[in-house]
Design a protein around this ligand. Structure first.
Ligand code: NAX
Length: 377
C-alpha cells in the first residue's frame, strides 16, 4: 500500500479531538488536491489503542489518495523524510496549573520534537504547530530543528482569523467570504490583536471594494473593543457552551492554513494571518519570537505584507502581545536553544512578494506545490 511519491504527512496528537476532525481533510484531497498522501500518526502510548481505531476508520473511508497510514509512538519514525509535519499533540492545562508550568511542560515536548525532526525529517519539511502555547511551542521546535529553515515553520492563527472574519461579516450582515484581510497580530492567546481596521476590506458580489474602516466608521467603539474581546475570548466561549474546546473549527483552520500556505497560495490582494518567526523586526516587533502577521503565500512560501500603516491604537495593541511573547520566551529560555547550530535564516527584502505577483491560480499553485513537495521526497 506504500507509494514512494506520496506526500508524507506526520500528525502528532492524532488521536485527539482536533486530530479526529483533521485526518479526513488531509486524506480526502481537501488540502493536497489529488496528490497521493501517506499519513504517519504520532501519539503517546496511552492513546495508541484509540489511534489504531481511528486508523481503521480512515482505511474504511477508502480515500482514493490515501496510500498508507502508520501509527507510532516514536517521533523518529513519524518524522522520517516527512514533507509536512503538523504538531497538534501537547500537554493539556490541568486544574490549578500555572501558565508558566504549562509553557515549560510543552516546551520540553516541542524541543524533543524539534530534535527528532532535525535528525530525520526532510530539510524541506514544512511544520505547522497547533498545540498551545502555539507560538512558543513553534519557537522551541524551530530552534532545535536547525537543519530546517525557520521559514518552514508556522504556528496556527488561522482559527482566530476565521473567527474575526465571521464577527465582522455578522456585524455588517454580509457573507464571511466577502470579508478580506482582517489580521490577527501577535500571540494565539488572549493578548492577540484581532484587527479589522488596518487594511481590512469588504468585496461585494460585483467586485466592488470598500474598506472596513469606512464601513465601520460609525461603529468604531464596537470594532476597537467588543470585536477585539469577542475574538480574543472565542475559544473560552466555545468551551463554556460546548463543554469541550474547539475541534471542528480548529481542524478546518489547520487544513485551510496548510492549503493556502502549501498548495493554493493567497489570491491577489489578499492576506491570511500566520504566526511566523520574526527575524526581520516586521512592524517594529523585536526579532526573536514567533508572531502572527498578515501574510501572502506563493509557491509554498509565506511573505509578511510589510506596507500596512498601523494606527497608534494598533501599535499599542502590538506592544502588549509582543511583551507577552517575550515573557513566554524568557520562561523557557533555559530549555531551548542550547543545541542550535545554525543562525536563523534571514528573509531578504528582495524575497518579499509584491501584490501584483501574488495571484496564483489553484492549478498552477497546486502544480508548483507538488513540485516543491516532491523535490524533498
Ligand atoms: P486533545 O486533548 O483532544 O488531544 C491532544 C492529543 O495529543 C491527545 O490524544 C494526546 O494523547 C496527544 N499528545 C499529548 N502529548 C503528546 C506527545 N508528546 N506526542 C504526541 N501526542 C501527544 O486536544 P485537542 O482538542 O485535539 O487540542 C490539541 C491542541 O490544540 C491543544 O494544545 C489545544 O490547546 C490546541 N488548540 C490550538 C488552537 C489554535 O488555533 N492554535 C485552537 C484549538 C486548540 O485549542
Amino acid at each position: 500500500m506504500t507509494n514512494s511519491t506520496a506526500i508524507k504527512i506526520a500528525i502528532s496528537g492524532a488521536a485527539g479531538n482536533i486530530g479526529y476532525a483533521l485526518l479526513p481533510l488531509l486524506a480526502n484531497g481537501y488540502v493536497f488536491q489529488n496528490q497521493p498522501v501517506e499519513l504517519r500518526l504520532l501519539e503517546i502510548p496511552h492513546a495508541i489503542k484509540s489511534l489504531t481505531g481511528t486508523r481503521m476508520e480512515l482505511l474504511d473511508c477508502a480515500f482514493p489518495c490515501l496510500t498508507n497510514v502508520m501509527c507510532t509512538t516514536d517521533p523518529l519514525k513519524a518524522f522520517e523524510d516527512a514533507n509536512v509535519i503538523v504538531l497538534v499533540g501537547g500537554f493539556p492545562r490541568k486544574k490549578g496549573m500555572a501558565r508558566k508550568d504549562l509553557i515549560q511542560a510543552n516546551t520540553k515536548i516541542f524541543t524533543s520534537m524539534g530534535q527528532a525532526m532535525n535528525e530525520v525529517a526532510s530539510p524541506n519539511a514544512k511544520v505547522l504547530v497547533v498545540a498551545n502555547p502555539a507560538n512558543t511551542n513553534c519557537l522551541a521546535a524551530l530552534t532545535e530543528a536547525s537543519c530546517i529553515p525557520s521559514k518552514n515553520f508556522c504556528a496556527l492563527t488561522t482559527l482566530d482569523h476565521q473567527r474575526a472574519k465571521f464577527q465582522i461579516a455578522n456585524r455588517l450582515g454580509v457573507r464571511a467570504n466577502r470579508v478580506k484581510n482582517v489580521t490577527i497580530w501577535g500571540n494565539h492567546s488572549e493578548t492577540q490583536y484581532p484587527d479589522a481596521l488596518t487594511g481590512g476590506y469588504y468585496i461585494s458580489e460585483s467586485g466592488e471594494k470598500s474598506s472596513l474602516k469606512t464601513l465601520l466608521a460609525n461603529d468604531l467603539e464596537w470594532a476597537m473593543n467588543d470585536f477585539v474581546n469577542i475574538v480574543q475570548n472565542r475559544g473560552k466561549s466555545v468551551i463554556e457552551v460546548r463543554g469541550n474546546s474547539s475541534a471542528m473549527s480548529a481542524a478546518m483552520a489547520t487544513a485551510d492554513c496548510l492549503k493556502t500556505w502549501l498548495v493554493a497560495g493567497t489570491k491577489e490582494g489578499e492576506t491570511v494571518s500566520m504566526a511566523v518567526y520574526n527575524d526581520k523586526g516586521y512592524y517594529g516587533v523585536q526579532p526573536g519570537i514567533v508572531f502572527s502577521f498578515p501574510c501572502e503565500c506563493k509557491h509554498g512560501e509565506w511573505f509578511v505584507k510589510e506596507d500596512l500603516q498601523l494606527s497608534e491604537f494598533a501599535q499599542e495593541k502590538l506592544k502588549v502581545t509582543e511583551s507577552e511573547l517575550f515573557e513566554e520566551r524568557d520562561a523557557v529560555q533555559e530549555l531551548v536553544g542550547t543545541s542550535r547550530k545554525r543562525s536563523v535564516s534571514i528573509v531578504s527584502a528582495s524575497s518579499s512578494m509584491t501584490t501584483s505577483e501574488s495571484e496564483v491560480s489553484l492549478s498552477t499553485a497546486a502544480e508548483s506545490s507538488a513540485q516543491f513537495l516532491r523535490s524533498s521526497i
